[in-house]
Design a protein around this ligand. Structure first.
Ligand code: CNA
Length: 243
């Protein structure tokens, strides 16, 4: 418990704190991660299944494989980890969340200042006229066998998810700007292996890492918790209020 108290103290005494989250924060919401013990890598290679190349050149395979990962996120609920971060933001302990996740769970938990650096699964857009639609439209079209799904203008519709091989979105630039003035970064549930997001921790003066398995940044970190993120974030939030 002493370590929780010290980590909470660091958060409280920092001029600006951000959180950086990955798939691990959502495993308690029954969404598998990629590289954890029950991750998608057991059955497929997400770097191919969720690639720009697959989406554009082999849509039949994309909508049979990678798309299933996106569909599976729809009805999931935020867990104690997402909720603890939302409360920390509301109470002014952290400024916001940079997430690699595409599951919308920080929104559902009530976080406000969210940078979705790998996109989201609330919407889709047309690659020709750029018109936006809700994800439901894609679900309807794909379930009727319209592959790839088409816009009214004749263009191809695609998810608002950053695929492997896609350009990084504006949210990534904004996240980098946030990081320039961030003193402490709380890193949660990410293997820190996906580039360029895994560069972001370098901007912070202090790091708190909460990840069940080791990461390449562990030795540069003020506090490492190789534990469950829902549990540790809940304990840190409680401690922040007790301090
Ligand atoms: P990753 O490489 O799968 O790493 C996840 C890490 O979380 C692993 O090191 C695990 O050990 C750790 N972990 C798993 N469960 C917990 C837990 N309950 N508490 C603490 N640690 C845990 O995933 P990254 O996010 O690092 O990789 C980035 C990819 C994964 C991004 O492009 C995401 O879009 C993509 N992804 C997102 C989701 C989602 O939106 N929920 C799900 C699967 C993959």
């Amino acid at each position: 418990m002493e370590k929780i108290k010290e980590a909470a103290n660091l958060i409280k005494n920092s001029s600006k704190v951000m959180a950086l989250t990955g798939a691990g924060i959502s495993t308690d919401s029954e969404i598998p991660d990629f590289r954890g013990k029950n991750g998608y890598y057991k059955d497929m290679d997400p770097v191919n299944s969720l690639s720009k190349n697959r989406l554009e050149n082999e849509p039949e395979i994309f909508y049979r494989e990678g798309y299933k990962i996106l569909l599976d996120l729809n009805d999931k609920k935020a867990n104690d980890g997402h909720i603890a971060l939302a409360k920390m933001e509301k109470d002014g302990y952290i400024k916001g969340v940079i997430t690699q996740n595409i599951d919308n769970l920080h929104f559902k938990a009530g976080s406000k200042n969210i940078y979705e650096v790998h996109g989201e699964t609330r919407g889709i857009h047309c690659t020709k006229c750029q018109k936006s639609y809700s994800f439901k439209v894609m679900e309807e079209k794909v379930s009727k066998g319209e592959i790839p799904p088409k816009c009214n203008c004749g263009g191809t519709l695609r998810p608002n998810v950053v695929m492997f091989g896609d350009m990084m979105p504006r949210d990534f630039e904004l996240a980098m700007i946030e990081m320039e003035s961030t003193e402490t970064l709380i890193v949660v549930g990410t293997s820190l292996t996906v580039s360029p997001v895994n560069m972001l921790p370098r901007y912070a003066k202090h790091l708190i890492i909460i990840n069940e398995t080791p990461t390449p940044y562990d030795s540069y970190t003020d506090f490492v918790f190789h534990e469950n993120s829902s549990k540790v974030l809940g304990e840190i939030y409680k401690e922040l209020n007790d301090l």
